[in-house]
Design a protein around this ligand. Structure first.
Ligand SMILES: NC(=O)c1ccc[n+]([C@@H]2O[C@H](COP(=O)([O-])OP(=O)(O)OC[C@H]3O[C@@H](n4cnc5c(N)ncnc54)[C@H](O)[C@@H]3O)[C@@H](O)[C@H]2O)c1
Ligand SMILES: [Zn+2]
Ligand SMILES: [Zn+2]
Length: 409
């Protein structure tokens, strides 16, 4: 089969590789009909995540048709159309039984990214996300083996298109968990740092839950413009405004917002020193976005962090967080907890995640897709790919990709 494989930093290739096979009784093999490139793939693509090996298949946002079924699989059958969460969870360990699926303690033979690990159980295995997370082959491929198929796959009604539901695999539940963690609701104020796909999904979910005022911070005007037009956010470009946190504080009667969301993670731009130290591997993460988020949050507020962090940050102002009495919530998304509810909301028209897609490509063009998404070329917001040269091109719902969506969706 054809698949997008890793060969080193900024070197990914579409190769012919062996087809996946069933390995355990709860496995299925999925024929992928749509797959996307995530901001987390960019961390891998840029060579920033250890534990990648030559030939590893990338991709953790994907959906398709069940092709083969292991003997222990009861939840899905051959021919079912399903979306797969990027988190591989068993469904009945200590953490899964508490719906903390991304902490599943049975699916990851790797060690995760924690530096100060002690002898602690690893977090869940993830598709296409390095051998620290189990070395599972990803879904930017024609076929993929999906373990734990009684817990992960979510069946999709025929009436919904691939484009409408694909982001249930990652960024939609991630944006949703971020706003749930931020306790967003009617009358609440929020600042979202990062207008990438995760930030946009957070904005969509925050609107859906009735947030009163949403600030969004980035430095790509085309991303900020889209967010303002689609979700009615108030934008701040940090290339133009030296201190976005101060701007938010001043716009909220010198209090700050009820909650902030860091939808950027450890490669945040804005501090030349930290970018340099991170590149030299002296610093684990750039802390600039977190510092802005902490500063912009009102006393007693919440900082919610879906952006991925790794290792230490010297400039993390814990004393400021203490002085402000802040709550922090973060981590990989507990996907399986949120997917059924979000599928319903898509079906009811409350969420239209497909509107953020800017590029539909064939999997054969995946290398170009990575380049565009990485360098923000051609106003790239989100790349969706269709495997198989004979496959029909992925279609968005009628008109949605070109129709302006009113704020609130
Ligand atoms: N927690 C999870 O389960 C989960 C799931 C999916 C993605 N993620 C993570 O979420 C993050 C965002 O993903 P994405 O797909 O939106 O990626 P992306 O790279 O497309 O978007 C990040 C955006 O942040 C902006 N940015 C950079 N520095 C900034 C700063 N200092 N202030 C404001 N904006 C800044 C960039 O210009 C970019 O538009 C990544 O770290 C990704 O790994 C986490
Ligand atoms: Zn992702
Ligand atoms: Zn489990």
């Amino acid at each position: 089969m054809r698949a997008l494989t890793y060969h080193g930093a900024k070197d990914v290739r579409v190769d012919t590789v062996p087809d996946p096979v069933l390995q355990h009784e709860q496995d299925i093999v999925l024929r992928v009909t749509a797959t996307a490139i995530c901001g987390s793939d960019l961390h891998l693509y840029r060579g920033k995540v250890p534990g990648m090996e030559t030939g590893d298949i990338l991709g953790h946002e994907f959906m398709g048709i069940v092709e083969e079924v292991g003997t222990g699989v009861t939840k899905v059958k051959r021919g079912d159309r399903v979306v797969i969460p990027f988190v591989i969870a068993c469904g009945d360990c200590y953490f899964c039984s508490r719906t903390l699926y991304s902490a599943c303690e049975t699916t990851n033979p790797g060690r995760g990214m924690s530096l100060n690990k002690k002898v602690m159980r690893s977090p869940a295995g993830l598709f296409g996300f390095s051998h620290l997370y189990g070395g599972y082959a990803g879904g930017q491929a024609e076929y993929v083996r999906v373990p734990m198929a009684n817990t992960g796959p979510l069946k999709i009604p025929d009436a919904l298109t691939d484009a409408q539901v694909l982001f249930l695999s990652d960024i939609l539940p991630t944006g949703y968990q971020a706003v749930v963690n931020a306790e967003v609701g009617p009358g609440r104020t929020l600042a979202i740092f990062g207008a990438g796909p995760v930030g946009l999904m957070a904005a969509a979910c925050a609107r859906m839950l009735g947030a009163e005022r949403i600030f969004m911070i980035d430095h790509h005007p085309y991303r900020l413009k889209f967010a303002a037009e689609t979700y009615g956010v108030e934008t701040i470009n940090f290339d133009d405004v030296d201190d976005p946190a101060q701007a938010i504080i001043e716009a909220t009667q010198f209090r700050g917002v009820d909650a902030t969301i860091d939808a950027i993670g450890f490669e945040a731009k804005g501090s030349g020193l930290e970018t340099m130290l991170t590149n030299l591997k002296i610093e684990g993460s750039s802390g600039v976005a977190l510092r802005w988020a902490i500063a912009a949050t009102r006393r007693g507020g919440i900082v919610s962090v879906p952006g991925v962090y790794a290792g230490h940050i010297h400039g993390f102002l814990f004393g400021d967080a203490f002085d402000q009495g802040l709550t922090f919530r973060m981590g990989q998304t507990h996907m399986q907890r949120y997917m059924p509810e979000l599928l319903e909301r898509i079906g009811e028209g409350q969420l239209k995640p497909e509107v953020i897609v800017s590029h539909h490509l064939n999997l054969e063009d995946a290398v170009r897709g990575y380049e565009m998404f990485d360098k923000k070329q051609d106003d790239c917001r989100k790349v969706v790919m269709t495997p198989g040269t004979a496959a029909a091109p992925l279609k968005a719902s009628p008109d949605l990709s070109t129709t302006a969506v009113p704020p609130g969706i």
